[in-house]
Design a protein around this ligand. Structure first.
Ligand SMILES: *[C@@H]1O[C@H](CO)[C@@H](O)[C@H](O)[C@H]1NC(C)=O
Ligand SMILES: *[C@@H]1O[C@H](CO)[C@@H](O)[C@H](O)[C@H]1NC(C)=O
Ligand SMILES: *[C@@H]1O[C@H](CO)[C@@H](O)[C@H](O)[C@H]1NC(C)=O
Ligand SMILES: *[C@@H]1O[C@H](CO)[C@@H](O)[C@H](O)[C@H]1NC(C)=O
Ligand SMILES: *[C@@H]1O[C@H](CO)[C@@H](O)[C@H](O)[C@H]1NC(C)=O
Length: 485
């Protein structure tokens, strides 16, 4: 009996796992097949940054019924990566992560939060860089370190927004990256990548990228170097915009030489206000011109919040698809995914530039790589690990049906919705799971009567300090270890 259920559990957990990906040069790739990986992602932060309520023991990955519904709807879109902005490291995320894993999705985790003391601030960064801040961020990484579908950690989001912040924060961004990477190296089995997610303030976009990717002494394993560069990009706006008018051509030619993967950590401009989003930029992003330079992107954002960026409107326990959902679904199907996903990664190291004032073009940007020394008890925490901590593990999920109600845009209920369990090592992609989700419309999906003010590159939706929260994805190998533990 015991043996039998252990075997069943083994069979159930061992079959559904995406595997850890690796990075070489500017690409993510699957180490077994050698195939390159493109992020088809979405930001997941139900309730906006205000929805993060550690005092109520809640974050976006704590409610399994909501995760099941949202993973099912993301799976139909073809999503393979979810970004979660606000995590309470001490809560139990196992069910949600296991659901996303089974759905064939990876997770990008922001280690910060909008609460005071939980992120580096833009104007007096030295006041926010202290031991207790790092204690919590290390615990966030601990929480996700053993899930195989943790793709990477964001060390910061939109800390550089303007000239005053560009003048003081760069060394702090690299210092936090250094501390996080050292913690990962010392404490985890897998060197999970760490990088920064930048606001697309065009004066500083390339300076920030170069500042983060360069090597201070020329060593490849420079611990303060970002492993990836995420850009929150909102410059493709409206139905008439093109690759050229949006300046995506300029982004593509500038990032061509990147030594690390570059991707849109948020995109989906909703200006002019009141117009639907047509996702023409999505077709360009995965097309020939861009897909060798960008490792994909994450749509902002899954749920409708007060700035009207949602694909789905969540109200209490019910969910309704908005116009953006089917329009995005149909545009994602324009790419030939089978061919793109079977493309081999080039697996070539690309030399990073050496850090030098000449790399920095804007006089408002601090061209100084003298980093603040490790603060307080940081070295000790890196050496011994933090306590308390909670190391998440995949768990067995027996029922993948969606229990919460979902309506399509016309108000018809979507019946028999479920998460389709992927086979072992399988990752989701657009067209993989086909489910009728109603007709495409031209409505904006302004169901909450909110407003939209984005598109200025500043990137601040409704998330005070830094982030949003996506759902997550997949985990795998640790499942085996767990069964026998
Ligand atoms: C880290 O934070 C926890 C919880 O607040 C605290 O109990 C612990 O002593 C801290 N650890 C260190 C090394 O500062
Ligand atoms: C963007 O997509 C819409 C809807 O598919 C299409 O009507 C429009 O022509 C596209 N815009 C451009 C500039 O191609
Ligand atoms: C760089 O910053 C450090 C630390 O703030 C400072 O001591 C040093 O003088 C700066 N270097 C230059 C060239 O300004
Ligand atoms: C959104 O809805 C509100 C209330 O119905 C309305 O006042 C507002 O103009 C709408 N905004 C857009 C962008 O359609
Ligand atoms: C939307 O934002 C604009 C610009 O901030 C403001 O003028 C307008 O009153 C807002 N509309 C609504 C419906 O909140």
């Amino acid at each position: 009996m015991l043996i039998q259920s252990a075997l069943l559990a083994l069979a159930a957990t061992a079959v559904n796992a995406v595997k850890p990906l690796e990075i070489k040069g500017n690409e993510f790739y699957d180490p077994d097949t050698g195939n390159k990986f493109e992020i088809v992602g979405v930001g997941y932060q139900p309730g906006g940054s205000a929805g993060y309520k550690p005092d109520d023991n809640k974050d976006p990955l704590t409610d399994a019924d909501a995760c099941m519904r949202d993973a099912a709807l993301m799976q139909i879109l073809g999503i393979n990566t979810v970004r979660v902005y606000n995590i309470d490291p001490y809560l139990d995320h196992d069910k949600c992560v296991s659901i996303f894993n089974a759905a064939g999705m990876y997770m990008i985790i922001d280690v910060n939060s909008p609460l005071p003391g939980e992120a580096i601030t833009s104007y007096n960064p030295w006041e926010s860089y202290f031991g207790a801040y790092l204690n919590r961020t290390f615990a966030v990484m601990e929480a996700f370190s053993q899930y195989p579908n943790t793709l990477l950690f964001f060390s910061g989001n939109e800390i550089i927004n303007d000239k005053p912040s560009a003048k003081v924060t760069p060394p702090y961004i690299r210092a936090v990256t250094r501390d996080l990477k050292n913690y990962v190296k010392q404490n985890f089995k897998r060197q999970i990548p760490v990088g920064y997610s930048a606001a697309d303030v065009r004066d500083f976009t390339y300076d920030t990228w170069n500042y983060c990717q360069c090597t201070i002494e020329g060593e490849k394993d420079d611990m303060s170097r970002g492993d990836v560069y995420g850009l929150n990009s909102y410059s493709w706006c409206g139905i008439k915009a093109t690759y050229e008018s949006s300046s995506y051509n300029e982004l593509t030619s500038n990032f061509k030489s990147s030594s690390v993967p570059v991707f849109f950590s948020e995109y989906g401009c909703n200006q002019p206000e009141g117009e639907p989003r047509y996702w023409n930029e999505t077709v360009a992003l995965y097309g020939d011109k861009m897909n060798t330079v960008f490792a994909g992107g994450l749509v902002y954002e899954y749920s409708e919040e007060d700035k009207n960026y949602g694909l789905v409107d969540l109200k209490g326990d019910s969910a309704k698809l908005l116009g953006d959902y089917n329009r995005l679904k149909n545009k994602l199907l324009k790419t030939d995914w089978k061919t793109l996903l079977a493309t081999k990664a080039s697996k070539k190291d690309i030399d990073a530039p050496k850090c030098d004032e000449k790399l920095i073009t804007h006089d408002g940007f601090l061209a100084n790589w003298t980093l603040p020394a490790m603060v307080d008890n940081t070295e000790d925490m890196i050496k011994n690990g933090v306590t308390p901590k909670r190391n998440g593990q995949l768990v067995d999920i027996s029922d993948f049906s969606v229990k919460l109600k979902v309506l399509d845009e016309q108000g018809n209920e979507l019946k028999n919705l479920k998460v389709v369990q992927m086979k072992n090592d399988e990752v989701n992609y657009p067209g993989k799971v086909t489910t009728d989700t109603g007709k495409e419309s031209t409505s904006t999906g302004n169901s909450t009567g909110g407003n939209s003010t984005k598109g200025d590159g500043k990137g601040d939706k409704d998330n005070g300090a830094a982030f949003t929260a996506p759902m997550i994805l997949a985990a795998a190998l640790p499942a085996l270890a767990m069964v026998f533990a």
